[in-house]
Design a protein around this ligand. Sequence first.
Ligand code: GTR
Length: 344
Amino acid sequence: MKQAGSTDRMGETMIQRRHVLGCGAGAMLTAAIVRPASAQAKMVFKASDVHPEGYPTVTAVEDMGKKLEKATNGRLSVQMYASMQLGGEKEAIEQAQLGAIAIARVSVGALGPVVDGLNVLNLPFLFRDTAQARRVLDGPIGQELLDSVTNHPTAGLIGLAWMDAGARNMYDTKRPIKDMADLKGLKVRVMGNPMFVDMMNALGGNGIAMGYDQVFTALQTGVVDGAENNPPSFVFDNHYQVAKNYTLTEHLIVPEMVVFSRRIWDKLSKDDQALLLKLGKEAQQEERVLWNAYEQKALDKMKEAGINIVTVADKKPFQDAVKPVWDKYGPKYAEMIKRIQAVQ
Ligand code: GTR
């Protein structure tokens, strides 16, 4: 046994010597690969989120960073830039593509224009409810769509994990929206994706695409009369301070994603990539638990603040009205829509 061990060590020594002596690129490459992970450079991954500290997506990515730091003895870590410090979501995507930041937590609404296949998730009233959406994202379809980001030839992004964002509802500064007639003529901010402008116009409002970083001021100054979002965004990004009517239309269930910069990813070892993918999956589950509590907290805060919360007795007119959006965008995703709808 002892002898075999020493032969191994000798073998190693010989290989190392060959690397030292070898002057070809091949020899240098081999040397880089055999270098132990602990000798790799320290890296701090910059992460961007439009939401403030304490928001489920922010906490989940920060916790992912803490685990990463622990698992690599401080070699890899995450620095979170919350509250739009680095701009809106379009900017976050671009920065990740350039490698200026490593991690962008963004809505699929903003990612759709980059990876068209994801736009299927931006169809209004696609999912029956948020529980079905979670089942879809946890299953093979969810993985396939994450991979479609990673394998996209020009996106320059890695799809790391899904984040839950519940259902989106309408809110405005003018009047309670009890039915579609109340939407007529209202200027309503939507995410920067033509699908949502078409959706809002089909519902009778005037859809105005705008970055999330501009919404609060636009509501405050009357540039828009309303917007649409989930309760946590409405409350914890302060829109509820200016818009007093919130209508539970649940017209969109748009998931969110944590994407990683391909430029930075390609510099990581296979082990580090695997670790990030594993921690991403854990972050996905953690965020979901945080989301449930945070959504409730937002609804409670809305009630406390005296927001006029309107329930829609019959959503059918809203669903019927968005048919032109389905006619325009749906056929491209026909196969995927069928598969999503088949998920119980
Ligand atoms: C929020 C979402 C953000 C952003 C925002 C928006 O619900 O968490 O990522 O997409 O909506 O409306 O732009």
